[in-house]
Each structure stands twice: as structure tokens, then as C-alpha cells.
Design a protein around this ligand. Structure first.
Ligand SMILES: Nc1ncnc2c1ncn2[C@@H]1O[C@H](COP(=O)(O)OP(=O)(O)O)[C@@H](O)[C@H]1O
Ligand SMILES: [Mg+2]
Length: 243
């Protein structure tokens, strides 16, 4: 795939190739409770969906992909970088958008919130200014620049959370149920925004229509990948199984 602009992470580590996200025999337990077992797969597609019942392990899986959660057994590699030992580089490569944007909004105003991530990455102030102006404009938030982030609508907050990840220029973005808390119109808007992203994405969702046109959909069941294939096969399989 070609990128319009070279992501910062690649400029930093030119020797690392984009080989995808690989999970090898991954097990995850919270205390003595095992919630993921025997997960081995490589994600190289542009659009990967993740579905499954509540409690099946989707969020745990999603968080493993950028090192927010580390495997209890096995290995997760992002472009060959072990999430357990190369956390900083991994986080730069893989952004994460939470279901609840309030979990992600940490600064009082919209513009300050957007500047937070790239400031942490050591991006120069004038470049941050450019990136922030760009995403505000793109998501129709320019008029809210100096407004308190917590006063935005639910849909605007989710766009702000996505924008807050984009300003860090990751190569891939993981979304954990990005539309679950939104009304239909905002859910559609966020779905469109995801669809138009140049980045590779992994999207956990209960909105199955959001996954139309995806390259691959994983179905989780009791901490295992129960089905894995194009959405035209896996989505009907899942809905039939759910009765
Ligand atoms: N921090 C945690 N501590 C203990 N158990 C957890 C924690 N997070 C999730 N779990 C449990 O792990 C299982 C899988 O959860 P999760 O990955 O959130 O699944 P999903 O996103 O599919 O609902 C559930 O039974 C959940 O209760
Ligand atoms: Mg979840």
C-alpha cells in the first residue's frame, strides 16, 4: 500500500517493514480466569472486523494488538516488534479508539486534547498546530476548537477521539465498538469516517452492517476464534448461530 504522507513511526524506524500484526499461540488470563486461548493469526488486511457475543474476548483481543494488554502466554508482534518489549514503538504504529470517548478525552478544550498525544511524542509545536487544524477542519470541529471537550455531543466526542488518534499518525487503528453508544445518524457518520481512513483498521462492532466491504471478519466465541473469513461468510454464520 502507498501512503500520501510518510508516517512518523516509519521515519523513526526505517529498518522495520510492515509485515502486519501477528499473534502466536496467545493466551490471556485476568488473574486465574482465562479469557482468550490458542489465538494464532496474522492480520495484513486493510479492513478487519471482530464480532462475537459479550464476554467472548473481543476487547481483550483488541487491546492485545497495541500492547494495552499483554499476552499471558504466547507473543504478539506488530511489524515484527514484540508488544511486550517494544511497547513505545508499537503504540506509535497502532492507535486505539475506545467505545466510550469520555475515556479518551483528557484535556479541557478540544484543541488542547488533540495536541496531547503528539506533544507526548515530541512532535514540534508548529507541526502539532498544523495537524490539529487539519483534523478539526476535516471533522467539522473547527468552530469548537476552544470549547470544553466534555460539552460536545456524543457523535462529536467520538470524532474528537478518532481525531486525537489521527494526529499521532499511526499506521493502523483499532476501534473497540466505536458506534455502540451513538444514535443512528452519528453511528453512520463514524462508520463513514472509518471507511475513508487510509490506515489499516481493526474494528470490533455489533453493528454488523458496518463490516460490509471489509476484507476479513473474525468471530470470537468463548475466548477463541470460531470463524475467520470474508464477511459474506462469517457474518451470516454468526447471525445464524446467535439464533
Ligand atoms: N480487567 C479485567 N479483569 C477481569 N476480568 C476481565 C477484565 N476485562 C475483561 N474481563 C473478563 O474477560 C472476559 C472477556 O471480556 P472482553 O474481552 O471484554 O470481551 P468482550 O469485549 O467480547 O465483551 C469477560 O468474561 C470479562 O468479564
Ligand atoms: Mg468489549
Amino acid at each position: 500500500m502507498r501512503w500520501g504522507r510518510r508516517p512518523a513511526a516509519l521515519e523513526e524506524a526505517p529498518s522495520v517493514e510492515r509485515t502486519g500484526i501477528e499473534l502466536r499461540d496467545v493466551v490471556h488470563s485476568y488473574g486465574d480466569r482465562t479469557v482468550l486461548t490458542g489465538v494464532s493469526l496474522t492480520l495484513t488486511e486493510r479492513r478487519v472486523g471482530v464480532i462475537g457475543a459479550n464476554g467472548s474476548g473481543k476487547s481483550t483481543f483488541a487491546r492485545l494488538l497495541n500492547g494495552l494488554v499483554l499476552p499471558t502466554e504466547g507473543t504478539v508482534l506488530v511489524d515484527g516488534l514484540d508488544t511486550a518489549t517494544r511497547a513505545r514503538e508499537v503504540r506509535r504504529r497502532v492507535g486505539f479508539v475506545f467505545q466510550d470517548p469520555d475515556a479518551q478525552i483528557v484535556h479541557p478544550t478540544v484543541a488542547e486534547d488533540l495536541a496531547f498525544g503528539p506533544t507526548n511524542q515530541g512532535v514540534p509545536a508548529d507541526e502539532i498546530e498544523r495537524r490539529v487544524a487539519d483534523v478539526l477542519d476535516r471533522y467539522g470541529l473547527a468552530g469548537h476548537r476552544d470549547h470544553p471537550a466534555h460539552l460536545l455531543s456524543g457523535g462529536q466526542k467520538q470524532l474528537l477521539a478518532i481525531a486525537g488518534v489521527l494526529v499521532m499518525r499511526p499506521e493502523r487503528i483499532v476501534f473497540d465498538e466505536p458506534t455502540t453508544l451513538l444514535d443512528l445518524a452519528n453511528a453512520r457518520r463514524v462508520a463513514r469516517v472509518i471507511e475513508e481512513l487510509p490506515q489499516d483498521v481493526v474494528v470490533v462492532s455489533h453493528h454488523l452492517e458496518l463490516l460490509d466491504g471489509f476484507d476479513r471478519v473474525l468471530v470470537f466465541e468463548d475466548g477463541r476464534v470460531a470463524a475467520d473469513g470474508p464477511p459474506a461468510e462469517t457474518v451470516p454464520w454468526y447471525t445464524a448461530r446467535m439464533g
